[in-house]
Design a protein around this ligand. Sequence first.
Ligand SMILES: [Zn+2]
Length: 297
Amino acid sequence: MEKQKSIYKKLIKFLPIFLFLIFTANYLRNNSTFLMPKEYKTIKKLVNQIASKNYLGNKEIIFSVSSGSYMSWNAKDLDLCKAEECWYYNNLNPYKKYKNVKGISINELGNQAYLYGGIEAYAWKGVVWLSRSTFRSYGEKIDYLACTIGHELAHIIFNDHINNSIKLSEKLKNLGIENNNSHNQEKEKNNKKEILEKELTRESEKKADFKGAKMIVNAGFAKNTCLKELKFLTQFEKLETETSRESTHPGYLERYESLEKSIENYEKDFYLKSFKSYKWRWQYNRKMNTLTFLPIK
Ligand SMILES: [Zn+2]
């Protein structure tokens, strides 16, 4: 009896240490950049390289690896959601376990998305979003992945929404259709507006290609890396080579020609002479499924 009591006493004595260890292990698992999934480690490595020779602004930039649109298309086909609600599946955390929905395994769907989802990335409200399948699709071609990250970073850093919006209203004014009241005229205005919006978006895409490619060249990659990536992307995703009026992205030929022309004459050494280095830190959050780049002001 006495012996048992002393064991309990010892256990109670060590309880704070046990709790501390559990708390620390949990904290490290959720926050340590050493324990992040490999895709996040790749992002950190590439962005470190890019930021060492490019100013990425003074705001935080969030990176998130998600499941991708393969998930939402299939969730829709499998009747797991109403069409307008299926976007939810795009952004599902691919590192998490999910309960079945209507007898369908969401994790199995996630595995398929990883295999067949292909290359997919976008920038939205300060977040660089990449599907997990993007990393599998590029495989060893880490320099191509750098181009995609550079392109999305360019969208965030050189956000041209206001300029584009002003350009759009000017163009609409020039067409003399800014103040129409009749139903038909309203319809015509919306159609023209949509076409003009797409045109401006395509211009932004070409700018992001060039600005992104410059960052990649500054970071030490070969000058033609992002041109090679454009070709790889078009081949891999079977993208259109011709530009369509209805599309948000220019076709491969236009995109390639535009980037080739602009990057050809780019003087990296001239830029690097005036570049001032700066500091940043990283914050990983497993629960939010994010990795944040934080410039130190
Ligand atoms: Zn883009």
